[in-house]
Design a protein around this ligand. Structure first.
Ligand code: UD1
Ligand code: CA
Length: 467
């Protein structure tokens, strides 16, 4: 049967003290609201609707293609559900309601909650957990027979109720028809003057309908992010969860507390990740690659047995056995083919470095196509930008670019050619040629010796040398 999820993401998140809406804040590079959507989809919710409100455009831009309902004024979680009534018109069966600020929820937990409602023939099921410190959360109030009677918000709780450590995680499964037919019974008669979705529990119970609780014993999973402190806690839990999975599938982490990997990043077998390595976006790392320390890789593909040391890659492709670093920067469209090298302090953008070619030291390569077996000497750069337009450089197989060559684009160097060190090359070089562009060197015999004796003279006369 088809199942729908409604994700509440309209709140401002006052406690975040932020210009960004709360659910747009990221956990390991992914906005919280997107993590919640992913969990709902993985739990087999084939339809997901998100309620947006505070700075809705920002949230909606993060979730293209996902249907949304607007809550213009944020009058509480119950009111947020009311605002989705039209969007969810005609929905029947189980409706999962999730908070956009609960990014660690596992799909299996959502599925168990649905199962608890359906098998118990209940109007609603609420996901509960125990917390050593329940402050801030709604408390689960149970009847003498143990059944769920109500949820009481922290701000509305009596001294006795504040002592309850069983809390509402903000995750529910409702019989959608029953929910919408009773929604109007919510009121704002409470400490915050809001329509609380949590009040649905007592409303349904007073109608003689059954409500069940499903519990999870993993409080990390149900952490609600209301402040930056909780955002950091959520990031830590997510980091541990993701790293553990990678380690169990054959990745070595010298210190997993110092490795950050976004959800969805793929890491091969026998990969070694040194401390302070960050893998984010759509990154894929091939088997036996060795990354770090101090390395950031975003939206990049790292080939098998490649080595990246203390470098930043963003939109790059690094081939099998290619090497990067230390301290290099590979930007969008940088491609190192098999065995190629971008050595120390090298920046590469929108360029292909052919098989086995080397750019070992202090270079900038932009808009270039470099063939196989090329050596680019230290300090050489492509002058690809004339202030108005970008131009390309082409270097043929086996060419040898002397140190400190300025390749003034557009320019091409023929296969097997050599450029003299220090040359500014502005016209095309044919194959197998030598191109040198340098003023002639002068030798002034004895000049240095004459200068030294002049200095010695000045010193004995007491005047300073370097005037
Ligand atoms: C809520 C629950 C509380 C539970 C806790 C779990 C209510 C009244 N309380 O409290 O019992 O223990 O979550 O984390 O539901 N939102 C809207 N529109 C609104 C208000 C909120 O869309 O008008 C959204 C927020 O963006 C957020 C979610 O609903 O994603 C929860 O709102 P929040 O204000 O964080 O509720 P809590 O105080 O944490
Ligand atoms: Ca919350």
């Amino acid at each position: 049967m088809s199942m729908t999820a409604l994700i509440l993401a309209a709140g401002e998140g006052t406690r975040m003290k932020s210009d960004l809406p709360k659910v747009a804040h990221e956990v390991l590079g992914v906005p919280m609201v997107r993590l919640v959507i992913q969990a709902a989809k993985a739990a087999d919710c084939d339809r997901v609707v998100v309620v947006t409100g505070h700075k809705a455009e920002i949230v909606e831009a993060l979730i293209p293609g996902v249907p949304t309902a607007r809550q213009i004024e944020q009058l509480g979680t119950g009111h947020a559900v009311m605002c989705a009534r039209e969007e969810l018109d005609g929905v029947s069966g189980s409706l999962v309601v999730l908070s956009g600020d609960t990014p660690l929820l596992r799909p299996t937990t959502i599925a168990r909650l649905v199962e608890a409602r359906e098998s118990g023939n209940a109007a609603a099921a609420v996901l509960a957990t125990h917390m050593d410190d329940p402050s801030g959360y709604g408390r689960i109030v149970r009847d003498a027979d143990g059944s769920v009677a109500a949820i009481v918000e922290h701000k509305d709780a009596s001294a006795d109720q504040l002592g309850i450590c069983e809390i509402n995680t903000g995750t529910y499964c409702f019989d959608s028809r029953v929910l919408f037919s009773h929604l109007d019974k919510l009121s704002t008669d409470n400490a915050q003057g809001e329509f609380y979705l949590t009040d649905m529990i007592s409303v349904l119970r007073s109608e003689g309908l059954a409500v069940v609780a499903s519990t999870t014993d993993d409080p990390g999973e149900t952490l609600g992010v209301n402040s930056r402190v909780q955002l950091a806690q959520a990031t830590r839990v997510m980091q541990e969860r993701i790293n553990e999975q990678h380690m169990l599938s054959g990745v070595t982490m010298v210190d997993p507390s110092l490795v950050w990997i976004s959800p969805g990043v793929e890491v091969g077998r026998d990969v070694v990740l040194e401390p302070m390595t960050f893998l984010t976006g759509k990154t894929r790392v091939g088997d036996r690659a060795h990354l770090g320390p101090n390395t950031r890789v975003h939206d990049s593909r790292i080939g098998t047995e490649a080595r990246v040391d203390a470098s930043i890659l963003d939109g790059a492709v690094v081939g099998h056995q290619a090497t990067v670093g230390p301290v290099s920067y590979l930007r969008a469209g940088a491609i190192l083919e098999v065995g190629a090298k971008a050595g120390a302090c090298v920046e590469i953008k929108k360029s292909t470095i052919g098989e086995g070619s080397k750019v070992p030291h202090l270079s900038y390569i932009g808009d270039a196509t470099i063939g196989k077996g090329v050596n680019v000497g230290a300090g050489s750069i492509t002058c690809n930008y004339d202030g108005a337009h970008k131009h390309s450089t082409v270097i043929g197989d086996g060419a040898f670019i002397g140190s400190d060559t300025m390749l003034i684009a557009p320019v091409s160097i023929g296969r097997g050619s050599v450029t003299g060190a220090g040359s500014a090359i502005s016209s095309d070089v044919p194959e197998d040629a030598l191109a040198v562009e340098r003023s002639e060197q002068r030798i002034l015999a004895g000049w240095a010796e004459r200068r030294r004796s002049k200095r010695d003279d000045n010193c004995t006369k007491g005047s300073s040398v370097d005037e």
